[in-house]
Design a protein around this ligand. Structure first.
Ligand code: AMP
Ligand code: TRP
Length: 329
């Protein structure tokens, strides 16, 4: 094994193609080389999601999507953050070694808090410290995330260093961000300059893992096109066409150049038809497994309960070491 992976995904919503290509598919592959811990971070989701019913539904849906994508809960540890109270406990300790100035630099807080910063929840501000606790509790060496999370992983390194120095210990290894290059940003189907996102009000902008074949075909058929003839890759002048080509290449497991070559003489309509077929073929089996799992929520809950037990068995001794280091024991 090349090290220990920790990564997290928020249950703020169901899973779309961007989450799958940008995160889940990568998680599945990492299981071969690393000891993996994957977490559904509901404490983080609570910073913005205040609907208890949606929280409950999303946790199960996200768990089903992770398992259906190929994360094997026997091999990897898959659990829900709030089921392991050690996360919140270590987060408090780390808050006490994190200077305010470091948090003031976090760009995600500024984006998510928006203009009305005075009304933003304090949890949104300390969110990156909880994220550091997630990672450090498992002494993770590598953290696979999208580009947008790089700053948070660097902060986690800084916090680990600050803790080790302050308490004269080498308890926490410094985690490395692992930024995936390919399909790191899947864009909206209606606007190639914006990320595919569940928070977009229009469902036509994204492909959800729960969409059926017909819905996928319709969304791709109606995806924004431009007035240029044929298919070519040029993100600056043809963002939508380039995004679709990138999705094709990622799903077909080929280089972008190869995808471009394949469609160089095709009409845009033919390309879209092929892309729809490929997307449905790749996602179909995942969707089916996901539906089957969601029909048996007790099974999902049992997997998550087992995951929480294993997560706590690793986390509790590390929390105890941290408590010892600060003089709580
Ligand atoms: P979020 O939905 O923001 O909780 O993100 C969950 C994971 O999916 C993170 O690793 C993100 O980097 C990744 N992700 C979210 N949206 C996209 C997207 N449009 N393209 C690629 N990756 C994404
Ligand atoms: N903040 C991450 C995101 O929005 C989710 C997350 C929480 C995470 N804790 C983590 C990612 C620890 C990696 C490691 O995508």
């Amino acid at each position: 094994m090349k090290g220990r992976i920790f990564s997290g995904i928020q249950p703020t919503h169901g899973i779309h193609l961007g989450n799958y290509l940008g995160a889940l598919r990568n998680w599945v592959r990492l299981q071969d080389g690393y000891e993996c811990v994957f977490c559904i971070v509901d404490l983080h989701a609570l910073t913005l999601l205040r609907d208890a019913g949606a929280m409950r539904r999303n946790v199960r849906e996200v768990a089903a999507a992770i398992i259906a994508s190929g994360v094997d809960p026997e091999r990897s540890t898959l659990f829900v953050q709030s089921h392991a109270p050690e996360h919140a406990q270590l987060a408090w300790v780390l808050q006490c070694v994190t200077p305010l100035g470091w948090l003031n630099r976090m760009t995600q807080f500024k984006e998510k808090a928006g203009k009305n910063r005075e009304n933003a929840p304090a949890g949104l501000y300390t969110y990156p410290v909880l994220q550091a606790a997630d990672i450090l509790l498992y002494k993770a060496t590598h953290v696979p995330v999208g580009e947008d999370q790089k700053q948070h992983i660097e902060l986690a390194r800084d916090i680990a260093g600050a803790f080790n120095r302050r308490f004269d210990t080498d308890l926490f290894p410094l985690p490395e961000p692992m930024i995936q290059a390919e399909a790191a940003r899947v864009m909206s189907l209606r606007d190639g300059t914006r990320k595919m996102s569940k928070s977009d009000p229009s469902d036509m902008t994204r492909i959800n893992l729960v969409d059926d074949r017909e819905t996928i075909a319709q969304k791709i058929r109606k995806a924004k096109s431009d007035s240029v003839m044929g298919v070519s890759y040029d993100p600056a002048s043809r963002p939508e066409a380039s995004n679709l080509l990138q999705i094709y290449a990622a799903l077909a497991d080929m280089g972008q150049g190869e995808a471009v070559a394949r469609f160089k003489d095709a009409s845009f309509a033919d390309f879209k038809a092929d892309l729809a077929d490929l997307t449905a073929a790749r996602l179909g089996p995942i969707t089916e497994r996901m539906r089957a799992l969601m029909a048996e929520p007790e099974r999902i809950d049992a997997v998550l309960a087992d995951g929480a037990e294993r997560a706590r068995a690793s986390a509790a001794p590390v929390l105890a070491e941290a408590y010892e280091a600060v003089g709580f024991r």
